[in-house]
Write a protein that binds this ligand. Structure first.
Ligand code: ADP
Ligand code: MG
Length: 697
């Protein structure tokens, strides 16, 4: 894009240094370009005014219009502002728990207001209310031109500084006005014509401020196509580099692996694990770099395969590194690997942001000298200060959490011989899609679960059946098991969700006075989180109330029950991931999906699919079927890769088209040297403009 887009965000009128720093810190928005690519999470349908009498607690978003009946200011002790709004059908309470003085100043009795918010059910007063709605004076002279209003992801910290969704929308509008003439097209015209895609400038306008649903659809289609097209181009180029046979270190000595086998494994490997290790060994023994994706459902035993691969590497005098997306997970891997490696006299180190300076320096020195053979950690592993003696194998766990760039950065830690790469993922992308997507990788699949596991029993329970669920929990805890209770935390309504979580924790404490209850969530300090996790791991707490922070990888075999609250709010893939946290021992495991009492047919079908099967691939297929354009106005679910707008589960057709287009273009013009491909070449350079050689990915 033209250089205007490289302007730092603080120079946009109305932003300034303070907001600039906040946008950068909280949302990663550094430049104009980053802001314009911060697409709305969803849109509020402002095409109709709802009637108060017709509100239902399960309505996603409503727009009301009425006058203010009364204002009950904050009472002593608890900060709370209660306002009653009236239209010609009824009265509803609007509730604020913060920003109170600011809001109450705006409100006048008798004036007409337009209010937007999500209806929620107050189970104490038994009525519907709106918590933290948006409210503005209704001006009858102003034309209401928008049918769809963008709603942007923001954070608590930003909202405190008044950088809420609405403020972000104002900035977007300003930027679009200023930048309209500077938006450069990134797809050749012929391609746009062929696939009937609108221009980039039109798409950017309509993604932020669609005049109607049709315009929004076209904008999305165009931007998804663009993103996938460039992703496919990069993949195809990487594949070309790979086929050009990158040199690698051959690891032919398997004596260490055999020593480990002889010493006796903690369990018998599954057939699939054995097969996959053989596939990996066949790569490692060649003098070409391995680039392999290991796919295996949650709980299929990828960590052991990783360890066996490390043994091959270490047994040949090289070092292995394993990168995980969270500190918690890195620490868990460290404990597991340490226990396996110690009897063999192999040294394992842990490197995360939490490691103190002194320990860190020791570790890094040992790593540099080659005394440390295995290093486990977070993305700290790729920071500049880390230098390996001879990195031979780079393992990336939960690789969908990382970008291609981080994979490349880890590889760049050995320039003499790029390390072999093993990327592991549990995300059950339909297999055909995975092949297309990881075009630069070979794929191994663990398609068998360890023996002796009983399939997880999944049940659906409505809120009204809560007491029966508690009975199940009590029985399990008395039998010595532990329980997870998971709450959704969706950025947008974070405060509300957070309140739910804390309420949930308190109600668990009340319901189970005889058992210690723990809590973890993203707002806690790392040390506190760690403390709570440790208490749970040691079995000191019996119930763990948490957000989805426990979603990735954590392995606590004694936790056999998972209750997922508001299960209808999670994506299927995420439910599957979460459920995989239990069922890791020979004990019967249970997953209870709690939902509100009324469900729409799609939600019902999704929950039923979870109850019916534990096969990740089948669930991925159901997901693919159920999520169609109908999802348009819903919360976007995070895709399997780090896309801004494309979604692997939804966009099969666009993926196909983008891939064909990319293939054809590279066939006709491998170096993109033709003048009309200039825009493509430039955009590609811009995309990989981080100075990392893609070839070593
Ligand atoms: P994931 O593939 O989700 O990363 P893990 O590697 O964490 O799964 O393995 C899940 C659990 O299964 C761990 O407790 C691990 O020790 C155990 N496990 C792995 N392989 C086997 C096996 N072949 N037999 C029995 N248990 C196994
Ligand atoms: Mg794992």
């Amino acid at each position: 894009m033209a250089s205007l887009f490289q302007t730092k965000i603080e120079y946009l009128t109305g932003v300034g240094p303070e907001w600039g720093a906040l946008l950068r810190g909280e949302l990663g928005i550094d430049t104009f370009e980053d802001l314009i690519h911060h697409y709305p999470l969803r849109y509020q349908d402002c095409s109709q005014i709802h009637k108060i009498a017709a509100l239902q607690p399960n309505m996603p978003y409503v727009q009301l219009r009425g006058t203010i009946l009364d204002i009950k200011p904050s009472q002593a002790g608890r900060q709370k502002l209660q306002v009653r709004l009236k239209d010609d059908t009824g009265v509803i309470t609007l509730l604020w728990l913060r920003g109170i003085s600011w809001i109450s100043e705006k409100l006048k009795l008798g004036a007409v207001y337009t209010v937007h918010g999500k209806p929620s059910f107050d189970s104490y007063n038994y009525e519907i209310n709106l918590i933290h709605p948006e409210i503005e004076v209704f001006n009858p002279n102003q034309k209401e031109d928008l049918c769809l209003r963008p709603s942007y992801a923001s954070t608590e910290k930003l909202k405190k500084e008044y950088l809420n969704s609405k403020a972000i929308a104002t900035l977007q509008r300003r930027l679009l006005q200023k930048a309209a003439d500077h938006i450069t097209e990134t797809l050749p015209e012929a391609l746009r014509k062929q696939y009937k895609l609108i221009t980039k400038a039109e798409a950017l306008h309509h993604i932020h401020f669609p005049k109607d649903t049709a315009a929004l659809l076209q904008a999305r289609r165009r931007l998804k196509f663009e993103e996938l097209f460039y992703q496919q181009l990069q993949c195809l180029q990487l594949k070309k580099v790979r086929l050009a046979k990158q040199q690698g270190q051959p690891f032919t000595n398997t004596s260490l692996l055999h020593a480990f086998y002889q010493q006796g494994l903690p369990f018998q490997l599954t057939g699939a694990q054995k097969r996959v290790v053989t596939e990996i060994y066949n790569d490692l023994r060649k003098d070409q770099q391995m680039n392999r994706l290991l796919q295996g459902d949650v709980g299929s035993g990828k960590t052991m395969v990783a360890f066996l691969s490390m043994l091959i590497c270490v047994g040949n005098g090289s070092q292995a590194a394993m990168m995980a997306p969270t500190e918690l997970l890195a620490e868990q891997h460290y404990r597991v690997l340490q226990e396996l490696a110690q009897p063999l006299g192999i040294t394992v180190g842990l490197l995360t942001g939490a490691i103190k300076q002194k320990r860190r320096s020791e570790l890094l020195a040992a790593l540099h000298e080659g005394k440390l053979q295995i290093l486990v950690g977070t993305h700290a592993l790729i920071s500049d200060s880390v230098s390996y003696h001879n990195l031979g194998l780079a393992i990336i766990d939960e690789q969908h959490r990382f970008g291609v760039r981080q994979r490349a950065q880890l590889c760049a830690k050995n320039l003499a011989y790029p390390p072999h790469v093993l990327a592991m993922s549990a995300t059950p992308i339909p297999r055909s899609l995975a092949m297309t997507f990881y075009g630069d990788l070979d794929v191994s699949v663990i398609d068998e679960m360890p023996a002796g596991r009983k399939p997880i029993k999944t049940m659906h329970a409505y809120d009204a059946q809560r007491l029966r669920v508690f009975e199940l929990l009590r029985k399990q805890i008395v039998a010595g098991r532990q329980v997870y209770i998971v709450y959704p935390l969706i950025e947008e309504s974070e405060t509300l969700d957070y309140k739910n979580l804390i309420d949930g924790y308190e109600s668990m404490c009340r319901a189970f006075p005889e058992f210690p209850v723990g809590i973890v969530h993203g707002r806690m300090y790392a040390v506190d989180k760690e403390y709570e996790m440790q208490r749970f791991i040691k079995g000191e707490t019996k119930l763990m109330v948490s957000t989805t922070v426990i979603e990735v990888g954590v392995d606590i075999p004694n936790a056999t029950v998972m209750v997922i609250e508001n299960a209808e709010r999670f994506g299927l893939a995420q439910l599957h991931q979460l459920r995989g946290r239990v069922g890791r021992s020979s004990e019967q495991a249970y997953c209870v999906l709690m939902t509100r009492d009324k469900l729409n047919p799609i939600s019902k079908e999704r929950i039923q699919a979870m109850v019916r099967t534990t096969d990740g691939f089948e669930i991925a297929d159901v997901d693919l079927k159920l999520r169609g354009p109908g999802d348009l106005l819903g919360v976007q679910q995070s895709g399997a890769l780090d896309f801004k707008i494309a979604d692997l589960a939804q966009d099969g057709k666009i993926i196909q088209a983008a891939r064909e287009a990319a293939q054809r273009m590279l066939q006709e013009d491998p170096d993109l040297a033709q003048p009309h491909h200039g825009v493509v070449k430039k955009a590609l350079e811009h995309l990989s403009g981080d100075g990392v050689a893609w070839g070593v990915g």
